[in-house]
Design a protein around this ligand. Sequence first.
Ligand code: PMP
Ligand code: GLU
Length: 397
Amino acid sequence: MIELSDRLNAMEESATIAMSRKARELKAEGKDIISLSLGEPDFHTPQFIKDAALQAMNDNFTTYTPVPGYEDLQEAVVNKFKRDNNLIYSPDQIVVSTGAKQSIANVVLSLVSNGDEVLIPAPFWVSYIEIVKVAEGIPVIVNAGIESDFKITAEQFEEAITPKTKMMIFSTPCNPTGSVYSKEELRDLADVIKKYPNLVVICDEIYEHINFNSKHESLAQFEDVYDQVVTINGVSKAWAMTGWRLGYIGASKQIASACSKVQGQFTSAPSSISQKAAIAALNADPSSLKGMIEAFKNRRELVLSALREIEGVNINVPEGAFYAFPDVSYFYGQSYDGEAINNGSDLAMYLLNNANVALVTGEAFGDPNCIRISYAASEEVLAEAMKRIKESLEKLN
Ligand code: PMP
Ligand code: GLU
């Protein structure tokens, strides 16, 4: 047997991807599985974006592109940041990558050295920790529970900072909790950031458009921390383009050029065709996303009201993204038919086997009391899934 690297052996498989693979395998065996495991819009990429891709191919945009992306795509990102977020970047502050996942990896690899601490508020998106570990950084978790709507306070943030702290990574709207940081809350975080000039914060805004109550606020809007913030975004969620693999950053020139250097050695650039398609997406009026946002909002209501009917389930009101993250710890210690539920992983497995519904354990997101339900599915499918979940949970005692 060939020995794999220590780096690989220390890495956890992505729990979201592992669960969706399991659901796919069971479906292929003929089981009637409903998968609410993967955070992926169930809409199709709009036709005008596909048309731009076809046009790109026909126009022979099929060769290597500049490493940080085509110049007209960088321009489109600059315009998008200005139009939607009031963030002023120049094209050389933009790097386009193979998904926001690679954007985050580029930034972490560019800045984190062996032994540097990276603060990650929990609940967090699964990949942050593993990317930090690959860069030989030390993930330091700052816990925010359901009682604080899963958001950290500026005090908690500052308390966690040590001389070794290099970075903080968080998402707003948050995957997995749906929590959204308000302008005031971001300002409070910025007051801490500005005191530590060597600290960089990755603000992952990939769910910015899926926000039900308020206008999206970016951390980089505050001039006194602008150079310390890297804004992450992408086309996967807003434009139902997960398979096109296209994400981007806005950052200081220094960080953008470091990311470009990393990317030049790993992937050269994202697909030329996806880049041209992304220009069409980014230039489109985001008000055309209204229908999708409305659909997600209705689905959220359906899932929340179904969860509220189940005794023992505790839930915050997710203001954005398309996840519910209920606290299900009430069921720990209970069992059904000899199968004991001791944690979120047991509960997720129980629901997979007993309810035929695939969800992801909260452990993967840093909160073992919870499970994550992705409600990026039709109302009909969600209603059936919630009925099954309720029935299975009620069997436990
Ligand atoms: N950040 C968060 C919070 C996410 O949920 C995702 C989902 N895939 C990503 C980044 C990465 O997105 P992508 O690589 O598809 O652009
Ligand atoms: N971000 C999505 C999720 O959290 C997609 C899966 C992934 O990229 O890990 O489910």
